[in-house]
Ligand binder design. Structure first.
Ligand SMILES: [Zn+2]
Length: 62
C-alpha cells in the first residue's frame, strides 16, 4: 500500500480515508466521525464538521 499524505494534517500514512463532504483524503486524526452504512462507510473530517451545513448533512444521512 502506498504512503500518502493527509490533506489536513500533513501526516504521512498508508491509512487514509476519503471525507465524503470535501473529498479530501484525511488520516484518522483528522477524521471527526464515521458512520457505518449497509454497504459502505460515511466519513466526515474535522474541517467539514465545523461547517454547520456539512455537519447537518452528515447527521441527517443514513
Ligand atoms: Zn471534509
Amino acid at each position: 500500500m502506498a504512503i500518502e499524505t493527509c490533506q489536513l494534517t500533513g501526516v504521512q500514512t498508508a491509512k487514509l480515508v476519503k471525507c465524503d463532504y470535501c473529498g479530501k483524503k484525511v488520516c484518522y486524526q483528522a477524521l471527526k466521525a464515521q458512520k457505518r452504512k449497509k454497504i459502505d462507510h460515511r466519513y466526515i473530517c474535522k474541517a467539514c464538521w465545523s461547517d454547520m451545513k456539512k455537519r447537518k448533512a452528515y447527521k441527517s444521512a443514513n
